[in-house]
Every structure is written in C-alpha cells, then in structure tokens.
Write a protein that binds this ligand. Structure first.
Ligand code: ADP
Ligand code: MG
Length: 890
C-alpha cells in the first residue's frame, strides 16, 4: 500500500505478567511488528490487542475479549482454521501482511515436556508478493515480487513469482523504473528505505516493503541454486545479483527458512523488448481498461486461451512484446502452422481445456504446503502434456513442425515424469485435505491396505457390538456413535439410561459405564466398546501416518522431476497462446504481419480489436477498416477531423497492431508490413485524462518531454490531441514544435491527431508530413461519420455545419458564419505564426471589428466539442446576444 495500513490503532501493552500462551503471542509480535499475528488456538486463529481491532474492522467480524492482561480485558477476534484462507485473502488484498503462528507440538508432547502450554512458532509470513494459495492468487495474473537494488545511476531489478517459480532480472537506468513498474505491476516491491519512500514507488498500488541488498549477494544466490557460478544462467550485472539475492532472502524469510522451487534467474539484458512507459500502457489499455477493469482491454479482446497459465503467458507477452525480428518470426511461424493445421490446433486445445495449473501446484508442493489436489494436478497435467505431445507427433510431415512447436513437444515429455506413479498411487476422487485421509488408492501400498483393513474390521466389530449391547442392555433403540472428544459411545434414551444405572449388569465386559447425561440421551461405554474404540483409533492413526509418509514420498518424487515438470507446464502455456492466436485468426480476418528490419509501416484495412468487438456486441454498424502508410517519405501522418469521427480509434489501432505483431500474434488487418519498433509511445491530450489531480498541462508536457528525450528513428509515436491541455496558442505552439522535432530530429514514424487545423499548414514545410482527415458527410439532414481516413486536411467549420443540420434558422446561421469569419480574421491578426505561414499572412490593413458580446461568447465555444443539441442551444444564446433578427426569411 502507498500508505501502510494503520496497525497500531492502540499501543500494545508491555508483555510482563502475560500468561504463558499470551507470552508466546508477544514474542511473535515482537519478531513481526509489521504483520498481523494469526495465533493458533485449537480450531481458530486468534488475533489480540491492536491486531484484533485492525482485523475486526478490515474483515468486518466481531471484536470480543479473551481473559485479562495487566488488569485489562484483552481485545480478541478470531477466524476458524478451516476457513482462514478466505479471510487471509481479504487481508492480503487490502495490503496487510500476516504472520501465521502455529501450534508446533501436540498437547501430549507438551505434557511430556511438562510445558505450561503448547509450543507455538511463526511458520510463515504471508505477504502480497509471496503467496501460493489458490484463494490468494488471481488465476490469470502473475504475482510478482520485485526487488530493487540501486547502484548509482543504475538500478538492479529482480522479479519473482513464488507461485510459479518464474524469476527474471534486469539492470536498468534508474530513470526507467516507472516503465518497469508499469510493465510488471508487482504485487509487492522490496526496496531500500530511500527508494521505498521516493516518488516512483509512492503511487504504486502494491505493497512496499523496506529491505536492503545483502552483503554477500553472489554467494547467497549461488547457494540458493546449488551452483558454483551464475554463468550458466547468463550474464548478470552486480546490481542484478544484489536485487536477486534480496528477493530470495525475503522469500526465505517469509517461508520461515524454506525456499520454494525457483527457476534459474533469466537476465533480461540479452533479450530485446519493445519499450513502453506507463503513460503508453495506460492510454493503450493493454491489460486493463481505462478504469482498471479487465473487460475493455486489448488482452480481453484477443484472449482465446483455455488455461489460466496460458492467459498469464499471453498477458506477459502483450505486456512485454519482443524487439528482435528472428524470435518474433519464430512465434508467427508457430501460429501460422497451427492456423493451417486445424486438426492439430483442435487436438491441442481439447487437451488443454480444463488442464490443471501445474506450475502453481508445484510451488505449493515445494513449500510442503500442498493439498491432495496439487498431486492430482500434476498427475492430470502430465497426462494432458503427454496427449498434446502425441497430437504434435501426428503433425509431423509436410510442412515440417516449426522449431518452437518442436521444442515445446520435447518439453511436454519430461524425464523422470512421476505421472505413472501418481496415477497408481492417487485415489479417485481425492479428499479435499490430507487430514481427511483417503489420498492413496487401494492396492498401491500393502502396509496401508492392511492398516485400513484393521481399522475397518474394528468398525464392523463395533456395528456387531451395537446389536449385542442392545440385547444385553435391553434397549432396542441403542446406537453407537463416534464423538470427536470421547470416541465411540453407546447412546440410549434418558429413561432407559436411568434404568441401566439402577439395574444394568454390574460386571463383565458389557457392564455399562456412564459417561454423559444429555437432555435427550444418556451415553455409556463398557470395556468391550472401549477396547474396540482403541483399536479403531490406533489403526486409524497408523493408517493416517502411513498415508502421510506416502504423500511425502510422492511429493519428493515430483520435486525430483520439478525442472522437467515446470518446463512441461511452460510448454503447455506457450502452446495455449499459439493455438489461441491461431484460433483468433481462423476466421480469415487476422493476418500474419511481416516484420522487417527497415523503417517501414504499411497496414492495409487495419482494425481496432477492442472497438470492433464492442461494435459487434452492440450489433450496430460494422467497424470500418483503415489503411495506414508511414513509409519513408510519409513517415508523419497528421490527422484532423471533428469529434467522434474516429481519430483516437485510428491512432490506437495502429499502435495495438504493433504490440500484437511484436508479441508474436497475428493482427487485425488484411496485411501488415512493419519495420521493427524499438519503443512505442502513445499520449492522449490532457482533456481526455480524467485521472486529474496534478496540473493536466504539466502532466501532458512531462509525458511529451519523455518522448522527445527517448524516441529514436525506430520508434512509433502516436499523439492524440496533445497540446489541448492549455490555452489555444500555447498548445498550438507546443504541438508545432513537437511535430517539427519528431520530423526533423528524431525522424520516427508518427501519427498525430489534432484539432489545431493550423498545423496542416506544416505540410508545405515538412516534406515527410502527410495530412489526412476523417471523412464526414451529410446524409438526409444528418452528419454521418464515415470513420474512413482520407488524404488531405479536414473541412473546418463543423460547429456551424452541425448547427445547420440541427435545424438552426438560416439567418442565424448566416450571422454565425459572419461572426466566425470575423473572429478567425481577428485571430490571424494576433497569430504569432502569421509571418511564417503564407496561409495566415496578416491582411494588409484589415482593422479588427469592434468587440461585440456575441463575439466574446462565440470565442468561448469549442465547436468540435458540441453535440448537435448543444450547438443549437449555443446558437440561441448567441442570437439573444445579437438582439432581434428577422426570422422566417427562409
Ligand atoms: P475521435 O477521437 O475522433 O473523437 P473516436 O476515435 O473516439 O473519435 O471514435 C468515436 C466513436 O466512433 C468510437 O467510439 C466508435 O464507436 C466509432 N468509431 C471510431 N472509429 C470507427 C471505425 N473505424 N469504424 C466504426 N466505428 C468507429
Ligand atoms: Mg479522440
């Protein structure tokens, strides 16, 4: 959280004089002052003092009291152990961090030690960036823990997803931190104090945890991976190593010393990625829509994956498209192959559908925090992997299987796969929890089978005893029931019980021994029943112990093959992405983009996938495709047109086509030939920026400055009405200067939408600037937006035109046109650019007309922003300012 949650609602009292159990709580709290302590008390996790007050408020549960400490009642709240994950999830999502303090011995063990209370220890720290439980994770999103280690002007970064073991590092200029944060959207960031409190991290929605890089980073890292040197994984800068060690140390701390299975770190330095900053990502709504919801994002529009792991991989690819021709083309080869090989694609998707999330199951197994379904997930997942490999085997022939698919096929059959063993060992259906018993299938382990037979035999004996006792005690309604606390007891109605107490048999194995009197029953046992009870309990306990042993054996088997299983899981996710992209392209309206190393850009009949999908859902008019040519000679497209004509849509669709193409997917167009883009910039004029808060013009200019400082000749820049966050002439001047810089100095491909029609005058000055406009026409008295891009600049007077179409009387229109012309002439008179521009050259002796109130009012109107109705109202207002005008002279 930007602001850490207020944990200290009331100061925690000193520990002196605490009961033994409470003293344990104080110790746990002292070790983890920033965390809420979940203190295990039997079937509940309880929270005390300030923790209780905070948690009760955050979870909306009852706050009560338990006992006293130093003469005051102790505030307490609790959550049942069996349902605690849901409560944990809510706390973690609110940015809290929780220390789980478990009972680490049985009451018997405590008694044997003569300890005053059961031993309890913090076994784990649950933080937003280190969770592995399904309930705490989003299925389709990675949960990145990001560690940052500053080194002068540079920054070491390491990001790690404990739930899958994925691990990446990068050394970057400190100034690029915001872009990295925007790309990863970490759930938790580790940073030294100064950085943690700095501006870049303050606004972040994830949790910020202060931490420093360890001194002996390299040694700690090589130890964690059991290698002598990191060279086998790639080349790492010192600061990358520091950050990676920080992340690993923190994970170890939260898991109370245990380390989950981690893939070796992958340094990003070697891979070329398309660079995009936060403003670009926000304006293009890649993973999330404008208001943070996933529905209207690019991801949602193109996601045809069928597994959560596939969805995560697709999101990762869209968030970090590539910037190297070879690897991109390799992905396109895979998609193209699966597009053509329909049966292969169908076979893969059928095998993937409903496949379990092996990567996350593996993480829980490695932390010994697994449920039976996690073993089941590996059994089923590996079976699916095998089936997919078989599907790909069937595809061998002409054309040959492309390299990426061949590599995936090899990974789908990991060495030492525990699949067969799991298939033999696991029962069907699996129990929800290990404690429930029944994990292991009958016939897998002879010893377990024998123990179970003993337990079940004793159960049968108890059923027989029920009949015997009913007869011996003369109570036909006698029932033997099992009680958590007392084991097996015979239950009889109260009257029968009274009689048994008075006149039941006094001796022998079946003599009733009274245990409990309830309102509607009395409970008895006898030595025969107690014997059987003990046998059932012992056999049951032994069977459970045996089952735990087997579960651990299976766990070790899986972990021994973990690397291969993780690779198989990654291959499945990758195949899901390729097959999904092919599925999307199967209707023939998505094409394979051609990625080249030249500075070209030619899209024919391109579409905006999100707007197109929205229009299709609304069953309205179809999306109108548009070409975009930014080839050398016309690198800079200057787009004009009235509001609602489709300018923003056109800009974004071309940026999205680049993202899709370089992520390795096909694109919504008839054809696309794209010179590789190294950096993509997208900006929206401040008036569209509803986030507000800071001076919008300041934001706009800061974001524009970033482009001018970072864009290269290989970049693509789309600017949507930049400059409108300020008074007209400032905005125009800035837009003008920016355009010139992009054209002359940076020489990148650019699409620039503007309502400053004056800018079209630049066409004569800047040879590579190609003006274009959104076509609009009139049809049966209405303005029709064709949503089609045409060459040349737009017609200007749309405000008055719209007013005419809205039925404003002709004399008023005529007068409005007059006023407008006069205003424009006056504006030109003050035009600082007039000397530059022949178009706006100052007329020789044109004296400005005397100011009139109507002129002032008209100057206020932003003609492009008016709805027909507002235009009509504006005209009436102007009219009233002009005084009486003859009407009906039509
Ligand atoms: P502008 O930026 O010019 O104000 P927008 O790009 O925001 O216009 O588009 C306004 C609306 O017009 C969109 O919400 C969409 O419904 C529609 N639209 C835009 N482009 C197209 C298109 N190519 N085909 C069909 N409808 C479109
Ligand atoms: Mg717009």
């Amino acid at each position: 959280m930007a602001a850490p949650p207020p944990l200290e609602s009331k100061p925690i009292p000193p520990a002196e004089g605490a009961t033994p159990a409470l003293a344990q709580w104080f110790a746990a709290k002292a070790a983890h002052p920033d965390a809420l302590v979940f203190f295990r008390m039997g079937d509940f996790y309880e929270l005390f003092f300030a923790d209780a007050e905070t948690a009760a408020a955050a979870l909306d549960i009852a706050l009560s009291f338990r006992g006293e400490h130093r003469g005051e009642k102790v505030p307490m709240c609790g959550v049942p152990v069996h349902a605690h994950e849901a409560y944990l999830a809510r706390l973690i999502r609110q940015g809290f961090c929780v220390a789980i303090c478990e009972q680490t011995e049985t009451p018997e063990e405590a008694k044997r030690r003569r300890a005053p209370t059961i031993r309890r220890e913090v076994v784990r720290l649950v933080t937003p960036g280190t969770v592995t439980e399904e309930a705490l994770l989003e299925a389709a999103r990675p949960a990145w823990l990001l560690a940052l280690a500053p080194a002068g002007e540079r920054l070491g970064a390491a990001w790690l997803d404990v739930s899958t073991g994925a691990f990446g590092t990068e050394s970057l200029p400190a100034a690029e931190l915001p872009a990295l944060l925007a790309r990863l959207e970490p759930a938790e960031v580790l940073a030294p104090e100064a950085l943690a409190r700095g501006a870049a991290l303050r606004m972040l929605p994830g949790r910020i945890t202060e931490a420093a890089p360890p001194r002996d980073a390299l040694r700690r890292l090589t130890e964690a991976f059991g290698v002598a040197t990191l060279e086998g994984f790639g080349t790492f800068a010192e600061e990358e190593v520091a950050a990676a060690a920080m992340a690993v140390d923190y994970v170890r701390l939260t898991q109370a010393g245990a380390l989950p299975r981690l893939s070796p770190p992958v340094p990003a330095g070697a891979r070329g990625l398309l660079q995009m900053d936060g403003a670009t990502r926000r304006s293009l709504e890649i993973l999330r829509g404008e208001r943070g919801e996933a529905r209207h994002s690019l991801l949602a529009a193109v996601d045809r994956t069928v597994t959560a792991a596939g969805a995560r991989e697709l999101a990762a690819r869209l968030a970090a498209p590539l910037a190297e021709v070879g690897p991109i083309a390799a992905r396109h080869d895979a998609v193209g192959f699966l597009l053509a090989a329909e049966a292969v694609r169908g076979g893969l998707r059928a095998a993937l559908k409903g496949a379990p999330d092996m990567a996350r199951a593996l993480a829980r197994l490695s932390l010994d925090r697994f449920a039976p379904r996690d073993l089941g997930a590996l059994r089923d997942g590996l079976a699916r992997a095998e089936a997919m490999a078989a599907v790909l085997d069937g595809a061998a022939g002409v054309p040959p299987v492309p390299p990426l698919l061949a590599a995936a096929r090899a990974a789908l059959r990991p060495a030492d796969s525990p699949r067969a063993e799991l298939a033999r060992a696991l029962a069907e259906p699996l129990p929800a929890r290990l404690e429930d018993g029944g994990l292991v299938a009958a016939g897998y382990d002879g010893e377990l089978d024998a123990l179970r037979a003993l337990r079940d035999g004793a159960r049968e004996a108890i059923a027989a005893l029920q009949m015997d006792l009913a007869e011996a005690w003369g109570v036909a309604s006698l029932r033997i029931r099992h009680h958590q606390q007392f084991g097996f007891l015979a239950e009889v109605p109260p009257a029968a019980g009274e009689r048994l107490l008075r006149e039941g048999p006094k001796e022998g194995p079946q003599a009733p021994l009274h245990r409990q009197t309830m309102a509607n029953a009395m409970r008895f046992t006898c030595t025969a029943l107690a014997d059987l009870d003990r046998r059932v309990a012992e056999a049951g306990e032994q069977a459970a112990r045996r089952e735990r042993l087997i579960a651990q054996h299976l766990r070790r088997l899986c972990l021994a093959a973990a690397g291969g299983i993780a690779a198989a899981a990654a291959a499945m996710a990758e195949l899901d992405v390729h097959a999904a992209a092919a599925d999307l392209a199967a209707d023939g309206r998505w094409c394979r983009p051609e990625i080249t190393d030249r500075a070209e850009f030619a899209v024919t009949a391109g579409r905006h996938p999100v707007v197109e999908a929205a229009l299709a859902r609304a069953r309205g008019p179809a999306f109108v495709p548009n070409d975009c040519d930014l080839s050398p000679g016309r690198r800079l497209c200057l787009l004009t047109g009235p509001n609602m004509a489709g300018k923003s849509t056109f800009l974004r669709q071309n940026a999205l086509i680049v993202i899709l193409a370089q992520a390795g997917l096909f694109v919504p167009a008839e054809s696309a030939r794209l010179g590789l883009v190294d950096r993509l910039f997208s900006r929206v004029g401040a008036a569209d920026d509803i986030a507000g808060g800071r001076s919008t013009f300041m934001v706009e200019m800061a974001e524009t400055a970033a482009i001018l400082n970072q864009a290269t000749a290989r970049s693509l820049v789309v600017l949507d009405e930049v400059g409108r966050g300020t008074a007209t002439w400032d905005g125009l001047a800035i837009a003008w200067a920016v355009l010139e810089a992009l054209h002359d100095r940076i020489r990148c491909r650019t699409i620039f939408a503007t309502h400053f029609h004056e800018l079209t005058a630049l066409a004569g000055k800047l040879p590579e600037l190609a003006p274009a406009h959104m076509r609009v026409r009139e049809w049966r008295g209405e303005v029709v937006f064709e949503h089609r891009v045409g060459p040349g600049a737009a017609e200007r007077s749309w405000g008055v035109h719209v007013a005419r179409l809205a039925g404003v009387p002709k004399p008023v229109l005529a007068r409005a046109q007059e006023v407008l012309t006069a205003l424009e002439a006056r504006a030109r008179g003050r035009d600082p650019l007039a000397e530059e521009l022949p178009l706006f050259a100052r007329p020789p002796a044109a004296a400005a007309p005397p100011p009139h109130p109507a002129l002032a009012a008209l100057a206020e109107i932003d003609a492009d922003a008016l709805s027909p109705r507002e235009a009509l109202e504006a005209i009436y207002r102007l009219k009233s300012l002009l005084g009486p005008v003859a009407e009906g002279a039509d």
